[in-house]
Design a protein around this ligand. Sequence first.
Ligand code: GDP
Ligand code: IMO
Ligand code: MG
Length: 442
Amino acid sequence: MCFYSLAVSARIIFAQLNQKNMVDVILGLQWGDEGKGKIVDWFAKDYDVIARFQGGPNAGHTLYVNDKKVVLHQIPSGIFHPGTVNLIGNGVVLDPVTLKKECETAGSFGVELKKNLFVSERTHLILPTHRALDKAAEISKGNQKIGSTLKGIGPAYMDKTGRNGLRVGDLLDKTFTTSYIKLRLKHQKLLDNYSFSEDISTWEEEFFEAVEFLRQLNIVNGEYFINDKLRQGKKILAEGAQGSMLDIDFGTFPYVTSSNTVSAAVCTGLGIAPQKIREVIGITKAYCTRVGSGPFPTELTEETGEQLRKTGNEYGATTGRSRRCGWIDLVALRYACMINGVTKLVMTKADVLDSFTDLKICTSYRLNGKESTEIPFQMEKINIEPVYKNFPGWNTDISAAKKYEKLPLNMKSYIDFINEYLGVSINYVSNGPGRDQILIIG
Ligand code: GDP
Ligand code: IMO
Ligand code: MG
């Protein structure tokens, strides 16, 4: 073998080895609830580690195990695959009470938590007073309220950036209770300012019980844990929560959540370097939903919206609230693809459009009479009129389809148009909530 072919072979082997030491990301591109739970569960069989990198129990990720519906709020959606290790990363905010309940559910399915679940010691804790503060802040906002899930997310992240928060690793320190009391007193002053007088003693009892449970789990140094896995050539999938339009920087501020939900947050939320990120798999519904307050340019407040809600069963997995529904918005979606560096797309809930005769896709916004394809600053203060392109529906039940090639032509035209507009291709179409209802394109 000549020197040249040796060098080429070495480069190929090196590239292959290198490919293994990478992290793929799955995240939502809209306002959350895109179907991340189902899709992560589907992909999990091909990965060694699934890691949550941000958000908290405001997330509700639905998946089906043995035909039973499970909603995960804190635990990554790979937990039902016995060969997959699941990590709750440092970028997450963790409510021990929710975690304990979820662990019990997972345990009832035979999940071995000692083997499959790990929590970073740097993960910040959500305290009962964070939940109280969330509620008090929302009440004080009146009709300007965010529509928070009231899980204490905002106050917990405020204590993190304010350098007051308590972390999972602190639970192992004998001074934990003293630190807790100190922070609780601080919170009490804020609650008094809000004139919040609800009794939270039962929340505190539950919290301390759950803290005891959490102490028994695998508490690890998450950044070494994940980088060791990378060095061992393990395949890692980072699971996002919420969606890009709820990102604290790039979403529809102030109607957003309190963390960065975009792909960049994988690095800070797990402790891995940017060059380790390979695929960024973005999920979009075939239409669009939002729960809580804030701008939603393509929202349908009439019967078409109701039809989407009913057919798509659009009720929140965490709070049970009705989700607002509307047509797919390519202006917002292209923005999300840009911010995240999306390399592949998954379209979920395509089956929900089966019975619609006419469909619309938003291709631009009309702002004060001028057309634009950019997301404006302070979206909530501008009158945005969506500009639509009409598409004929496919009027076919696709929920039993097993091959993309078999899908109706009208649906393929709908997908082709989106691919072309976004410059990224839809590689997977989800055609039902079931574990295997997914079609691979190409
Ligand atoms: P997540 O927060 O992104 O994980 O999404 P949620 O679980 O909050 O909401 C998605 C909902 O849609 C859940 O009830 C899923 O079971 C359901 N779902 C996911 N994919 C599909 C699909 O392709 N078709 C239908 N009809 N339902 C789906
Ligand atoms: P998953 O991961 C949909 C919304 C809330 C509210 C705003 C702020 O299931 O997609 P917060 O509780 O963070 O203070 O709420 O963000 N929100 C979500 N909407 N899916 C979610 O998570 C959400 N998490 C938060 O409704 O408008
Ligand atoms: Mg959800």
